[in-house]
Design a protein around this ligand. Sequence first.
Ligand code: FES
Length: 191
Amino acid sequence: MSSPQSVATQQEAHGNPGPGKMPATQGGSDGRPSTSPEAPPIDWQRLDRILEEFKGQHGAVIPILQRVQDACGYLPREVLAYISKKTLIPLTQLYGVATFYAQFHLTRRGRHLLRLCDGTACHVRGSAKAIEAIARDLGVQPGQTSPDYKLTFEIVYCLGSCGLAPVAVVDGKVYGNLSPDAMVKRLEGLE
Ligand code: FES
């Protein structure tokens, strides 16, 4: 006989939050969960196509999550529940993988990604001042996303371009030798 805990785990594994737990979103008329108003719309048909590609493949959790994250920008809770329901992969397993690997994100990300280096060479050349300026002028702290979801700000430790210190990468483009003010101006210019 199943214990209450194992029943809850099984229910969660199939997208049911279980007794006493309210879902974050309500179900839509087509049976798919709807998204919160402020979140960008989820392309459920695209998700279906991704899941269809991996149908019957065992051990495909990581590539499924990678593809889904590419499609959504992150791994929303309702999407993980949907994947679990469609693939019968336990939700606990999906969360286990998504939380183990740094490449996966469970919270919504900004439209732009700033990775600022605070490794030794960059620190010596003033990266701490850039971190301060970005937090002060743009209102986003390291490790966080701005409230308008324009920017996600990450600190890294050596980007392998120490000769350009201090170094930052914005949306994959490398910027070196930037003063804090110049960095803030560049970031302010992003759409
Ligand atoms: S320490 Fe910043 S790029 Fe190496």
